[in-house]
Design a protein around this ligand. Structure first.
Ligand SMILES: Cc1cc2nc3c(=O)[nH]c(=O)nc-3n(C[C@H](O)[C@H](O)[C@H](O)COP(=O)(O)O)c2cc1C
Length: 136
C-alpha cells in the first residue's frame, strides 16, 4: 500500500496533524507545493477552513492531481468553529475524477485563543490511529 501525505497550513496546526499521520504511515508529510508525481493508493490531504472556505491553493492542488496517479483521497484537518472541509474537498475531488474516502479525521484547531493547544497530544494520537486503520 503506497501512501502520500500533503498538507496546507497557515498557522502550523495542519502541519502537526500531517506529521502525526505521516509518521503513523511511515512516510513524510509534505506541503502541497510538492506535487504528487508518483502513483499512490491513498493521498492523505490535510487542510482547513479560512473565512468559511478552503484555501484557493488547496482547490488548485486538488485540481492539479492526476487521477491516474492517485487512487483515492483521505481528508483530514482541524477548524476553530466549523466542522470538516469534507464537502468542499469532495466537490474538488469529484471534478478531478478522484474518489474520496467517506472516512476522515477532524478535530478542533486553535484560532485566536479559542481551543488553546489544539490539536493537542490526544488529537495527534487520534489522527495517527485513524491513519493506521488504512494500512493495517
Ligand atoms: C485567516 C484564518 C481564517 C479562519 N477562518 C475560519 C473559519 O471561517 N471557520 C473556522 O471554523 N475556523 C477558521 N479558522 C481557524 C482555523 O481553521 C484553525 O485555526 C485551523 O486549526 C488552522 O489550521 P492551520 O494552522 O493549519 O492553518 C481560521 C483561521 C485563520 C488563520
Amino acid at each position: 500500500m503506497k501512501t502520500a501525505v500533503r498538507y496546507y497550513t497557515k498557522t502550523g496546526n495542519t502541519k502537526r496533524l500531517a506529521e502525526a499521520v505521516a509518521t503513523a504511515l511511515g512516510t513524510q508529510a509534505k506541503p502541497i507545493s510538492e506535487p504528487v508525481d508518483e502513483q499512490v493508493d491513498i493521498l492523505f490531504l490535510g487542510n482547513s477552513y479560512y473565512a468559511f472556505n478552503i484555501d484557493p491553493e488547496v482547490r488548485d492542488f486538488v485540481a492539479s492531481l492526476d487521477k491516474n496517479l492517485v487512487g483515492k483521497i483521505v481528508n483530514f484537518g482541524s477548524a476553530a468553529m466549523l466542522n470538516s472541509t469534507y464537502k468542499k474537498i469532495k466537490a474538488e475531488a469529484d471534478k478531478a475524477g478522484i474518489p474520496i474516502d467517506s472516512r476522515e479525521f477532524h478535530c478542533k484547531g486553535e484560532f485566536k485563543g479559542i481551543h488553546k493547544g489544539r490539536p493537542n497530544d490526544d488529537d495527534l494520537k487520534a489522527a495517527a490511529a485513524f491513519a493506521k486503520t488504512f494500512i493495517e
